[in-house]
Design a protein around this ligand. Sequence first.
Ligand SMILES: [Zn+2]
Ligand SMILES: [Zn+2]
Length: 220
Amino acid sequence: MGGEDVKVPIELSFMEAVQGCSKTITFQTDLPCTACGGSGVPPGTKPETCRRCKGSGVSISQTGPFTLQTTCPACKGTGKIVSSFCKSCKGNRVLRGPKTVKVDIMPGVDTDETLKVYGSGGADPEGNRPGDLYVVLKVREDPVFRREGSDIHVDAVLSITQAILGGTIQVPTLTGDVVVKVRAGTQPGQKVVLKKKGIKGRNSFSFGDQFVHFNVSIPT
Ligand SMILES: [Zn+2]
Ligand SMILES: [Zn+2]
């Protein structure tokens, strides 16, 4: 069975998703009961031997010439009976409570991706395998950069003079502003490509491109 799997949504800024980050998240799940140390019984309690099966865990019945062995229903095969339970967890060995986990998020993640963090979910009442944590990412939009896979899009507004005569304009990129040449006679809607100025693909060594879309501001 193992512990409970937990799904937690978190929000990242555009840059946190592009560059990677580490997030500390807190969520409700099963924690080992500290009052009883996960045993389910008050400290010092000794389980008694099951009287029905005398500790063997099996109940034997005789039907004619056949001997039938079944799991003892009184102790469920454990051979032990516990008469008092831990007051905190009522014998469940785990308790609901807040758990805090630090999650490292790799660069290049995108919205709606789910990261699996093995073993960071709820505690296993049996003490064996804890559940897994699933972090569902929501990436906030950026006022400047738009993203399309590993490509980045930005808008750049030219004055009429810049559009007609050409010149240069400063454009933001993920790694800082760069100066971009504007060709004479640039029309609204034209774009230039800044090669490899996009986002590094998570499963590749190459970067996406940045597209600069020109607009021309018309004086009114
Ligand atoms: Zn028994
Ligand atoms: Zn307990």
